[in-house]
Write a protein that binds this ligand. Structure first.
Ligand code: GDP
Ligand code: MN
Length: 379
């Protein structure tokens, strides 16, 4: 999971890396007040999970609170690479003398982390890396040894960074390790005219597999005013759901099967309305939650349940569907394809329930064709 810049900054700060004072706001009026309390001269920054904000006009200096208010009005609502700006951060403007690039990334193939660093940081780092790769140092970091004083000095030297950046390199490694991140990046890390080393931007990608160790992660996304309401509802119920823009709702077990189901639906001339993987979850709870989310999408005209039972047995899935029908008011036709472990028993359970809006199909292709046809007929 990627963090917002303002979240990454909090992690930096808690590990001793200096960042300018800042505030996050959602309106131009609040921006003015925030600029006043920050001392007047600020940088106004779009908070979106994408890079290149500066080049897109989403990072601007404002000389005083009135200018900050105007700038906030320009940046709020802006679309940066498909991300609409709902929040901005105001930070005390730094007087930059030099901009550096520093990051740690996981190199999965080599089984090590890489420190990537350059004395030519800033918004042009991609161009620098492409045209003069020698200006960007790439130093392997053995995760068992980490980045101590000697290692951070080695990285700083290789990248031609001033020696006083070594401390930040060691602290940044601690961010990666202690927060369970797979990427931490500071671009730019700057030296100010008064000689201070400050992190002016931050990107952190946390390892989702370690989420259970950090309860507060993701809290900001649930509160994200720009998030899709159905995706937010699904995520609150712990479902693996992604909304798409078609009319056939899709539920399946296992990400691979669900993705092929999307392809097969598309092959039948219809468009999938979502991705929903119930995993090994055959429970009535998961089925009811999944159906509730899918049925509340007004674009959905039919729902396709595609289950290939392996460890999950089809009778458990059928039971789940039957129980879900008790709590969910089915308003759209449901086509169910059960195959694999205990398929015959599962099919018998569904036939026994005999719901007027539920029909079964023997194959994945047949089920997708029928769901597509029902979607075309509309409801
Ligand atoms: P990005 O474009 O999304 O990476 O956004 P950044 O936060 O990195 O900002 C882009 C550029 O704006 C930086 O490389 C700096 O050159 C400039 N910038 C950001 N903050 C400040 C600041 O406090 N003072 C000055 N003078 N420039 C800043
Ligand atoms: Mn940046």
């Amino acid at each position: 999971m990627d963090l917002y810049e303002y979240e990454a900054r909090e992690l930096f700060k808690s590990h001793g890396i200096a960042v300018p004072d800042a505030a996050v706001v959602t309106s131009p009026r609040e921006a003015r007040a925030a600029a006043e309390s920050l001392g007047g001269r600020v940088v106004v920054k779009a908070q979106v999970k994408t890079g290149g904000r500066g080049k897109a006009g989403g990072v601007k200096l404002a000389a005083n609170p009135a200018a900050a208010q105007l700038t906030a009005r320009q940046i709020l609502g802006m679309d940066i690479g498909g991300h609409v700006v709902r929040r901005i951060m105001l930070a005390q403007a730094a007087d930059i003398q030099a901009e550096f690039y520093v990051s740690y990334v996981l190199d999965r193939a080599a089984g090590v982390f890489l420190a990537i660093a350059s004395a030519e940081g800033g918004t042009e780092i991609e161009e620098v890396a492409a045209s003069r790769p020698e200006a960007v140092a790439r130093i392997p970091v053995d995760p068992r040894r980490g980045v101590d004083a000697a290692k951070s000095a080695e990285i700083a030297k290789a990248a031609h960074l001033p020696p006083e950046t070594a401390l930040v390199l060691a602290q940044l490694w601690q961010v990666l390790v202690q927060e369970d991140a797979v990427l931490v990046e500071v671009n730019p890390l700057v030296r100010t005219v008064s000689g201070q080393i400050l992190a002016l931007d931050g990107k952190v990608t946390l390892d989702d597999n370690a989420r259970f160790r950090h309860a507060r992660w993701g809290s900001s996304d649930e509160a994200d005013p720009g998030a899709d309401p159905l995706e937010a509802a699904a995520s609150a119920k712990g479902l693996n759901y992604v909304r798409l823009d078609g009319e056939v709702g899709v539920i399946g077990n296992g990400a691979g099967l669900v993705m092929s189901t999307l392809d097969v639906v598309a092959g039948c001339g219809a468009r999938p309305a979502n991705f929903l993987d119930i995993g090994g979850g055959a429970s009535a709870r998961v089925m009811a939650d999944g159906l509730t989310v899918i049925l509340s999408d007004p674009a959905v005209k039919s729902v396709l349940v595609n289950v290939f039972g392996g460890i999950t047995s089809c009778d458990a899935v059928a039971d789940g569907i039957v129980q879900a029908l008790e709590s969910v008011h089915l308003t759209k036709p449901l086509v169910v394809r059960l195959d694999g472990n205990n398929a015959a028993r599962g099919r018998a359970i569904l036939s026994g329930r005999d719901h007027p809006l539920v029909e079964q199909a023997a194959t994945m292709d047949g089920a997708a064709r029928r769901a597509a046809q029902l979607a075309r007929q509309g409801v």
